[in-house]
Design a protein around this ligand. Structure first.
Ligand code: SF4
Length: 406
């Protein structure tokens, strides 16, 4: 996640880098044996039918979901390993009958539970229970306003219920966020939805790029072209700066494409000069880029572990069958830790490689069937990254994939 508002605060001389880093300590923490953040898809079923769902959510519960007993034991193991933030996601996590119990158990174990939901089942009673269980943040996914959101997500009234869910969460004392996954179909919804979220006291607007995972794989043709993503990002940077000058509390962030970082540096340099850009670049170098498998891991509904929630093509282990230490020792984690030496094509020679780290590997896998190939959604031009290049050598890249994935 790239904290656009925080980084612009640094560029504008309004905040010290340490203050911005302190807001997301897990993102700046030194790499350790266990990742500080785990995304856990507590179930696979959902009431909505989003076409980009990376979990390929189903309408009925899976018989393979972890039981309450297994789930509580998993939380204890994660806490003992040093995990600090547990993102409870799905499917729709609020459909799990024991979700409040699990959130409370995570809090008691010393983890910080947060919830990622469609917002549809988030009524006042659920919001109060989650808050009492120690959940401090609820992120609600929307794809735009009604009627687009409702048609896209397959449920009449979904937008209004999500909007009410955000209000219930705020009333219960939790911070809130709106998350939108952008494609060709809803890029026009972004700017008005930012204003809408700000007017309703939402704390964070999260623009997520499309990941080609789950049903999202079939949506790859609807992804924005890199130059379209770039234009949208630059409008978002302008919006973030406008909101800062207006004194708005909402923070704008992006995720799902680590080339957003170099893009922000280039935009700041053009608008605010070299010194402002260098201040931001120093922070991004300290933060590093994509950290799938290092600062983040994902556990799916049946206990299989992946480098992140979108990276389901690669499995590091299974919490039902293996101790966590064995899963954490998977050779793919070691390969990801030195990914900068393995990246190929334009990512391999990129001048921004150390602060982007090749962005998302699952998109390279989906497009090129090669783990270390370039991320096809990179928003930087060849001249900006320092070298015009030929297409990746997929034959040798695939050999690298086989070695790394094992
Ligand atoms: S070329 Fe690769 S490493 Fe460089 S900015 Fe683009 S995605 Fe990131």
């Amino acid at each position: 996640m790239l904290d656009l508002s925080g980084l612009l605060d640094i560029a504008l001389g309004r905040a010290a880098p340490d203050r911005v880093a302190a807001r997301v300590p897990a993102r700046y923490a030194p790499r350790a044996a266990a990742p500080p953040v785990v995304v856990w898809n507590v179930c696979r079923h959902c009431i909505l039918r989003c076409p980009h769902c990376y979990a390929s959510a189903t309408s009925t519960p899976s018989p393979y979901d972890l039981t309450t007993e297994e789930a509580r034991a998993l939380i204890d193991r994660l806490a003992a390993a040093g995990v600090r933030v547990l993102i409870l996601s799905g499917g729709e996590p609020l459909l799990r009958h024991d979700i409040v119990e699990l959130a409370a158990h995570a809090s008691a174990a010393g983890l910080r539970p947060v919830v990622s939901t469609s917002g549809v089942p988030l009524d006042a009673r659920m919001a109060g229970a989650l808050s009492a269980a120690g959940v401090g943040y609820v992120g609600v996914s929307l794809d735009g306003f009604a009627p687009f959101n409702d048609a896209y997500r397959g449920m009449p009234g979904a937008f209004d219920r999500a909007s009410a869910g955000l209000a219930h969460a705020r009333a219960a004392g939790m911070s809130t966020g709106v998350r939108l996954t952008v494609t060709q179909r809803n890029a026009g919804e972004v700017a008005p939805l930012v204003e809408w979220a700000d007017a309703r006291g939402v704390d964070r607007f999260y623009l997520s790029h499309l990941l080609y995972a789950g049903r999202g794989f079939r949506m790859a043709g609807d992804d924005l072209r890199p130059e379209e993503s770039r234009a949208l990002l630059e409008r978002l940077f302008e919006a973030a700066e406008r909101l800062i000058h207006r004194g708005a509390a909402i923070r704008l962030v992006t995720g799902g494409n680590d080339s957003d970082g170099p893009c922000l540096i280039a935009w700041i340099e053009a608008r605010h000069g070299r010194r402002a850009a260098r201040r931001v670049e120093a922070v991004l170098r300290r933060r590093g880029g994509n950290s799938a498998g290092e600062r983040i891991l994902a556990i799916d509904h049946r206990g299989r572990v992946h480098p992140d929630q979108f990276f389901t093509a690669c499995e590091l282990g299974d919490v039902r069958r293996q101790p966590l230490a064995e899963i954490l020792a998977h050779p793919l984690r070691e390969a990801l830790a030195r990914r900068e030496t393995l990246l190929q094509g334009r990512c391999g020679v990129c001048a921004y490689k150390s602060l982007c780290r090749g962005s998302h590997r699952e998109r390279a896998l989906a497009r090129f069937k090669a783990l270390w190939a370039p991320d096809p959604a990179c928003v930087m031009t060849d001249s900006e990254i320092g070298a015009p290049l030929e297409e990746p050598d997929l034959e040798s890249t695939e050999a690298g994939t086989r070695e790394a994935v094992v």
